[in-house]
Design a protein around this ligand. Structure first.
Ligand code: 13P
Length: 261
């Protein structure tokens, strides 16, 4: 098992006061009972980044800062958008690329996902490439081919040093925000296909996370049986207790898998 990574994607929730509060609660919980084997990232809305960065810096809790999206251009006439340079200056070290909500509702094409991935990793930030099928694709039994095609498209043209800064999040669209997580066996099957595809493209060691109604209750089986390297968490990341419980579960799972080795 790779070192686990747990990312809280706060989506379009929490104003900066609420974000600071949640961040403080998470740091207190993790300081009282650390999870030394897990990398933890929080990805607040853009307007909260500066405030959350101050808390993380002051608390020194070892939590990294992530952004939910970035524009592919360096600067210029892109009203309402945010650049990589702006994010880096705020201390952001992780960027989600191609979340299904961006693809579905904000016209993010496969081509743009790939270009954004190249620009994030060229800029020395870590990227979380999000992939996953909708229910119709799964019902048709085409989910493995669909996700492999998403990976091929996004990863083409990625240079060797940049590959080290990519991790993948498998987020089946039908499981996002529905309370209906994929089962451990569904995740295990997909993880196998994703890792095969990654190995063929020189990203054999990349971490592969799961996202979609992940909770502390299903986390252990999704890691130990599903072979996820961690989670991209939406709803359960909006409460400190439920987020930290997932982090702790990953910490325990890592210890279990280390003992098995
Ligand atoms: P939920 O955990 O709310 O299902 O969201 C998953 C997600 O989209 C994280 O990026």
């Amino acid at each position: 098992m790779n070192r686990p990574l747990v990312i809280g994607n706060w989506k379009m929730n929490l104003d900066f006061v609420e974000a600071v509060h949640l961040c403080q609660q998470i740091t207190v919980l993790l300081k009282n009972q650390p999870a030394p084997h897990v990398d933890v990232v929080v990805a607040p809305p853009f307007v909260d980044l500066r405030s959350v960065a101050s808390v993380l810096e002051a608390e020194r809790a070892g939590i990294a800062l992530g952004a939910q999206h970035v524009n592919v251009h360096e600067a210029g006439a892109h009203t309402g958008e945010v650049s990589l340079g702006m994010l880096a200056r705020l201390g952001v070290s992780w960027v989600l690329v191609g979340h299904s909500e961006r693809r579905a509702h904000y016209a993010m094409s496969e081509e743009l996902v790939g270009a954004t991935l190249r620009s994030v990793t060229r800029g020395s930030l870590n990227a979380v490439l999000c992939v996953g099928e909708d229910e119709a694709v799964r019902d048709a039994g085409e989910h493995l081919d669909y996700v492999r095609a998403q990976l091929r498209s996004a990863l083409s043209g990625l240079e060797a040093p940049a590959r080290e800064r990519v991790c993948v999040a498998y987020e089946p669209i039908w499981a996002i925000g529905t309370g209906r997580s994929a089962s451990a066996s569904q995740v295990a099957e997909m993880m196998g296909a994703i890792r095969d595809e990654l190995a063929e493209r020189g990203l054999g060691g990349a971490r592969v996370l799961y996202g979609g109604s992940a909770t502390a209750d299903n986390a252990a089986s999704l890691v130990l049986e599903g072979s996820a390297d961690g989670f991209l968490v939406g709803g359960a990341s909006l409460k400190a207790d439920s987020f930290v419980a997932i982090v702790r579960t990953c910490d325990d799972c890592y210890a279990v898998s280390a003992n098995r080795r």
